[in-house]
Design a protein around this ligand. Structure first.
Ligand SMILES: Nc1ncnc2c1ncn2[C@@H]1O[C@H](COP(=O)(O)OP(=O)(O)OP(=O)(O)O)[C@@H](O)[C@H]1O
Length: 261
């Protein structure tokens, strides 16, 4: 077991506000983490740092053994698969779904004249199939529904065989069926020993795939609780995180939560 992420006393200051403060957190290569917290808690900021796309203003960060600030970020970006709304905004609307996935192997967003090997083609096809997008390979990305875009983005994030997979709200905007299909695919991914370490941000405990092993709870840029999910994701910790009394239920590895009466 080795560490893929090591945050030590990490802070991010913008103006007079600490978006993250004193975050110490480690992720091992077999871990599947869920990151939960209210709007504005700092989840996306945390993910941007983990992806090597944002430098902290304080503390140290090691991503895949490379210290941020001392490493070539372009090399790091290929080793980390990221799916996020901010990244999706840069995908050309006219690009085909298959090319959106396949171009990740060369770290680009759209296809120009570069050649791809049949191995790349096969991997893109397999990922599209795994995420229920096989029938959409030739469609333009801009014509997809929100759910179809999300699934395409997760497939793209996996294309370059990353050592760390970061999913920022992959189930946001999906209908019930779409959410359940995505969760099934993520559960399979989580259970596969060949899968990379996974960190997934979500607003809802209902979106935690079965098989996720750890939870990080953030509030106002600080860590409320972090550790193995069965010990960390408790009604008390959620109540502290969201600032209201919360009742939590677990059934077959799936969580649900509501305000406690
Ligand atoms: N460049 C910036 N300048 C000033 N404030 C910023 C900047 N980037 C983020 N923030 C603020 O930092 C806080 C954390 O933002 P972040 O996007 O990380 O939160 P989040 O937990 O992902 O929120 P959400 O659940 O709403 O997506 C927010 O209050 C946001 O307004």
């Amino acid at each position: 077991m080795s560490e893929v992420l090591a945050f030590e006393g990490v802070s991010v200051r913008r103006g007079d506000k600490d978006i993250l403060s004193d975050v110490t957190w480690t992720v091992a290569d077999e871990d599947r983490w869920v990151v939960l917290g209210p709007n504005g808690a700092g989840k996306t900021t945390l993910m941007s740092i983990a992806a090597g796309r944002l430098h902290p203003t304080g503390g140290t960060v090691d991503v895949l053994g490379e210290r941020l600030g001392r490493t070539d970020l372009r090399e790091l970006h290929v080793r980390v698969g990221l799916s996020s709304v901010a990244l999706a905004d840069h995908i050309p609307a006219r690009e085909t779904v298959k090319n959106v996935v396949m171009t990740a192997s060369q770290g680009t967003m759209g296809r120009w004249n570069e050649d791809y090997e049949s191995l790349d083609e096969d991997r893109a096809d397999a990922l599209l199939w795994a995420f229920g997008m096989a029938g959409f390979a030739d469609r333009e990305f801009g014509t997809l529904s929100e759910g179809e875009r999300k699934r395409t983005q997760v497939a793209r994030a996996l294309m370059a065989d990353p050592e760390l997979l970061l999913l920022d709200e992959p189930a946001a905007g999906l209908d019930l069926g779409g959410r359940e299909e995505l969760l099934l695919a993520l559960t399979e991914l989580a259970g596969d020993r060949r899968s990379p370490a996974i960190v997934m941000v979500t607003h809802h405990v209902e979106e935690i795939p079965v098989g996720f092993t750890h939870a990080l709870l953030l509030r106002d840029g600080g860590v409320v609780a972090a550790g193995p999910i069965d010990r960390t994701l408790t009604a008390q910790a959620l109540s502290d995180t969201f600032g209201m009394p919360i009742a939590l239920a677990v059934d077959g590895g799936r969580y649900s939560a509501r305000r406690a009466s």
